[in-house]
Ligand binder design. Structure first.
Ligand SMILES: [Fe+2]
Ligand SMILES: [Fe+2]
Ligand SMILES: [Fe+2]
Length: 302
């Protein structure tokens, strides 16, 4: 489903993101909107996996690979994703952010993960089936906490709950545990978890800037669970990571797809829909991903 630069200061990014209505003056076409969402998901996924690839490079005492993965992750997160978030209208006020979070959690808890669990069971991958079931239960809990928080800030009833506890999972080199549709579903799930992570981090910044530290803690704590528990558990079962040399080659290959296929196609479609500002953003991203590919290749060939 998903094909597999300079860092902006986080503070500057929040300043831009806090004015989401400015972007609504020109509503993009539905195709552009869909492509913006896919692009956000790709950038979030790249941020998440390069972050854990950097940790693997550290374990191998490979300082240059660790630095490249860390810098590229930051560029995808604070430059590319931040730029896409504005026309995508990703971030709003606290109440709007909570509602978006609830919708996402309810979908994962009641539709996506139960379906993925049933498929894994049918395919005989019991490990994935039980993991999907337990993540579904946690997403249900997240939806509940966000619903309580929404009622606290809109009706003044009750208080903001604390985030659920974290069971930290390290991503390590592993062979894929399942094949078939379950392997595809693991990749889809990781993209969803990565996007949820980044969204909640951005929502936490909005909450903090509005003076609501308890809501900021709930979003930030939940973001950590999505990344360090859900994404990481799925990454291990899917065999996302291998050694640093392989990780560099894989990273170069996926950046090449983004540079030569995904973003050029999105730019073309945005131009056809007369979403010219978004079209030039996609064109700029195609160039930036090409530079990331070249940097990964250079290191992979040392
Ligand atoms: Fe969640
Ligand atoms: Fe999750
Ligand atoms: Fe990238």
């Amino acid at each position: 489903m998903f094909p597999t630069t300079r860092t902006l200061a986080a503070a500057a990014m929040v300043g831009v993101l806090l004015a989401p209505t400015a972007a609504l003056a020109e509503t993009p076409s539905s195709t552009t909107e869909e492509n913006l969402h896919t692009a956000l998901t790709i950038e979030a996924f790249d941020w998440a996996r390069y972050t854990v690839y950097a940790e693997q490079a550290d374990r191998e005492d490979d300082g240059s690979a660790s630095a490249l993965f860390t810098d590229t992750a930051a560029e995808d997160r604070y430059d590319h994703l931040a730029a896409l978030a504005i026309p995508a209208g990703l971030v709003g006020g606290n109440a709007q952010n909570l509602q978006a979070a609830i919708d996402g959690e309810v979908y994962e808890a009641t539709v996506m993960y139960p379906e993925f669990a049933a498929t894994a069971r049918a395919e005989g991958c019991t490990q994935a089936a039980s993991m999907f079931r337990s993540i579904a239960a946690e997403e249900k809990m997240h939806a509940k906490k966000y619903t309580v928080a929404l009622s606290a800030i809109t009706r003044g009833r009750g208080s903001i709950p604390r985030a659920t506890g974290l069971q930290y999972i390290t991503v390590t080199p592993q062979l894929p545990a399942c094949g078939g549709q379950t392997q595809t579903n693991l990749v889809t799930a990781m993209h969803g978890e990565a996007l949820a992570t980044v969204k909640y981090q951005l929502f936490a910044e909005v909450a903090l800037n509005s003076g609501n530290a308890a809501l900021a803690d709930l979003f930030a704590g939940t973001a950590t669970v999505e990344f360090r528990e859900h994404f990481s558990d799925e990454a291990n079962l899917s065999g996302l990571m291998w050694d640093t040399e392989t990780n560099l080659t894989d990273a170069a290959a996926s950046e090449d797809v983004e540079a030569t296929v995904t973003y050029p196609a999105f730019a073309q479609q945005a131009t056809e829909a007369e979403d010219f500002d978004v079209a030039s953003l996609f064109e700029e991203l195609a160039v930036a991903e090409g530079l990331q590919r070249d940097a990964f290749l250079l290191l992979a060939e040392r």
